[in-house]
Design a binder for this molecule. Structure first.
Ligand code: UFG
Length: 344
């Protein structure tokens, strides 16, 4: 382990990406204060992090929408950098309950920014999404690819939050921001002690796949095979969550080492390789030596046919590259599901 670096506040620290990023930050020599209100996560996730690292973590149960409680966190802990994960993320739910999304995702975010300004904490890393590109005209997408109007309140919160960060970094001398645009995070820690914990029926492909393999779901529905893609199913850029976590470390290094060239920077975080839904299924079956029941059904409203990243900027400027082999990722995802369900 390298020498002690800054302390990072991780909001949504008990979540899927929050736990993996916390592990990567500690392994890189940072200290971490984790906060979460467990609205979409479990205390066992924090225990998983502690088991992997073999140490107790600094954790506070805190709702980032509650500015009084959040102020207490700022008062009690010194940190130079915030990674703000805490947000709702279900596209469909955001269409049905837009206010819930605007309220939670934007109020919590503005509370964080407000307190950072007040307490003079300089660096913020925001979890953005490839959803900001929408149905892009040219693929792969670069950070310069124009954003398309958001097609869901969830997507809109990501666009608005990026704009807020741009404006705050331009206006406030002591504020620096990085937005990481995640493509499709998948997989789990190789220890199988942390991973994704979807509540209810999973919206995303891989958790549905692993739950189907575990027998929790009868059959996986493939949403559409009539897209203008090689096998007719949608193309996505599936990025291993451990690689994604390391991209956060690279971004935090850049901020804390004073290497930012602009006060607000954006990076695509993907592999740069498109993969289809059917490819993912067949590779999952092969990698784990099992058969998945699936059927082709109609398209899911709002899905874009294809999106994958141009990662040249992240590779060059952050010095970060996705490294995990997709088969290992798919084995880790299944190992995590088996761990959750006590399957041997
Ligand atoms: N899919 C299925 N069956 C399922 C679930 C998904 O066929 O049961 C397909 C989808 O139609 C899509 C692909 O698998 O073609 C990936 O779907 P996900 O729901 O896993 O991911 P999305 O690409 O729709 O969305 C993800 C994140 C969003 C983010 C978006 C950005 O969940 O938060 O990527 O591109 F905004």
């Amino acid at each position: 382990m390298s020498k002690k670096k800054d302390t990072v506040l991780v909001s949504g620290g008990a979540g899927y990406i929050g736990t993996h990023t916390t592990v990567a930050l500690i392994e890189a020599g940072y200290d971490v204060v984790m906060i979460d209100n467990f609205s979409n996560s479990e205390p066992s996730a924090v225990e998983g992090v502690e088991k992997i690292l073999g140490r107790k973590m600094t954790f506070e149960e805190c709702d980032t929408c509650d500015i009084k409680a959040l102020r207490g966190v700022f008062e009690r802990h010194e940190f130079s950098t915030v990674i703000h994960f805490a947000a709702y993320k279900a596209v469909g739910e955001s269409m049905a309950e837009p206010l819930k999304y605007y309220q939670n995702n934007l109020v919590s975010y503005m509370n964080i920014l407000q307190l950072m300004k007040e307490f003079g904490r300089p660096n913020i890393l925001f979890s953005s999404s490839a959803t900001v590109y929408g149905d892009a005209d040219v693929l792969p997408v670069t950070e310069q690819t124009p954003r398309k109007p958001a097609t869901s309140p969830y997507g809109n919160t990501k666009q608005i939050a990026e704009d807020i960060l741009r404006d705050c970094c331009a206006a406030y001398e002591g504020m620096y921001g990085i937005a990481l645009r995640y493509f499709n995070p998948v997989g789990a820690h190789p220890s199988a002690l942390i991973g994704e914990l979807p509540r209810g029926v999973p919206n995303n492909l891989l958790p549905f796949v692993t739950q189907t393999a575990a027998g929790l779901r009868e059959c996986l529905s493939v949403f559409g095979n009539d897209y203008d893609t090689p096998d007719g199913t949608c193309l996505r850029d599936y990025i291993d969550v451990v690689d994604l976590a390391k991209a956060h470390v690279a971004a935090v290094d850049r901020m804390t080492e004073g290497k930012m060239e602009q006060k607000y920077e954006i990076f695509n975080v993907g592999t740069g390789r498109p993969g289809s839904v059917l490819e993912l299924l067949t590779r999952f079956e092969k990698a784990n030596d099992l058969k998945l029941p699936y059927k082709i059904v109609g398209r899911r409203p709002g899905d874009v046919p294809a999106v994958w990243a141009d990662t040249a900027v992240a590779n060059k400027v952050l010095g970060w590259k996705a490294e995990r082999d997709l088969d290992d990722t798919l084995r880790a995802a299944w190992a995590w599901e088996k761990h959750l369900r006590n399957i041997k």
